[in-house]
Design a protein around this ligand. Sequence first.
Ligand code: NOJ
Length: 540
Amino acid sequence: MNRHHWWRDAVIYQVYVRSFLDSTGDGIGDLAGVRAGLPYLRKLGVDGIWLSPFYPSPQHDHGYDVADYRDVDPVYGDLDEFDRLVTAAHRLGIRVLLDIVPNHCSSGHPWFREALAAAPGSPERARFHFVDGRGPDGSEPPNNWHAMFGGPAWTRVTEADGRPGQWYLHMFTPEQPDWNWRNPEVAAEFDQVLRFWLDRGVDGFRIDVAAGLFKHPELPDSPDPEADARTRDSVNPLAWNQPEVHDVWRHWRAVCEEYTARDGRERLLVGEVSVPSAREHAKYVRPDELHQAFFFDLLGAPWDADAFRKVISEAMQDIAGTGSTVTWVLNNHDQVRTVTRYGEPAPEGSGLGAARARAAALLMLALPGAAYIYQGEELGLPEVVDLPDDVLTDPIFRRTGSRARIRDGCRVPLPWSGQASPFGFTSGAESAKPWLPQPEYFAEYATHRALADTRSSWHLYRDGLQLRSALHQLGEGTLRWLDTQPGVLAFARGDDLVCAVNFGTAPVPAPVAGTPLLASGPCRPGELPGSTAAWWIDGS
Ligand code: NOJ
């Protein structure tokens, strides 16, 4: 019999460290804050946490611009505090995943500084993509690619003689130069970085931009250079999803297996894989590659029964076929929160959006495979849609000429207690200011209040997680779609567990008689109200 692999149906909680809990009173969350919040997460019942990047960084993209892959930024703590956090988490049975950023580093990284100081053609420059420009004086970028966050993907440098010189590639901001993974020094360096953190006891890594790393070797022009920025997705087929990347994941998997062979603890690699189809996605989770890859199509689906059924069916067909399980996600630190995405654009979220977000969560937790929850999702937090321009920090906002306000609203610091900002987020004085302002209505969502109210989203998530552990039908396995009327999805897990979601607004007959085991909203026996999901054990 197959030994159970913990990650196959794990539920992991994404901690956006900056916004979780601040232990120093500077208005910015930190690692000691995460440690203080562990009992809360233990109560919720998650299997592990993924920590957003906390490494030394100039914070041009909130830590996704790493200047030192082997340390902790003083804003977030230090290595000793990191060790204390891992020990405390393990004591509570919570695994710890780090966020590793291998596609690019910070322009403040020592190797990039060395590259800037070195001459064209030098080994220092060969760790990045330094290329001569086009045109008679090299004043045009080497190709027409645009960066994901807007603007050209190339920046020209000034050479030691003071003249304009080569260009370097950055698929995100100019402060995030892309590594050249065709250079074996880069691969060797990341091998050491992985081992550095594995030696400190981590349970695995969330891999940023896991379909990146390699670019087409000739860096040719793209027929649609603005596609990435326009779609906010990695769709330029010359810059992403190159076949060579799979060798890197095979190597990283082997490193993880090496550690497992030593101590029996299975490590986890989860990739941020954004590729054009479920079939391409499946390649990343072949048995000798990544354990998991986020399946973003569920997150991208509109609130519509047919759309949800299509993405779920495709995932089950293409990904489950690899022997891995599907990794579901509805929210993260880059996306508008579900409550707002599924609802009307009201500052405090709308009743409809909140109900739909709860139903979607129950659906996700009933699907076969693993799931990730983004901090605040369990509180039913809406997106903060009315942040003033002058507090926004997302580089996308600045680089698109202030057109795109996408990622700050889901990063507002969590409310823990009390009636007014900082809602217990900072340990400082009442006057301490969180790094992004919290709206007054956050009081309704504070964790203290959520824990005390059995009708809160927190209780729904907690109950769902408890049932996942208690019921063998949930977690891994398959699903069987049941016949339903349009606008309703229902599926069976195992012989007798049924999950149904009513995407419409009017009640429909429930697919199973009797009281549900768990429901995302009030249900009368025999009926499934609109915007509601429920689980039943079918005893008939
Ligand atoms: C994906 C991360 O989730 C996002 O926050 C970041 O800006 C980009 N990768 C670049 O590292």
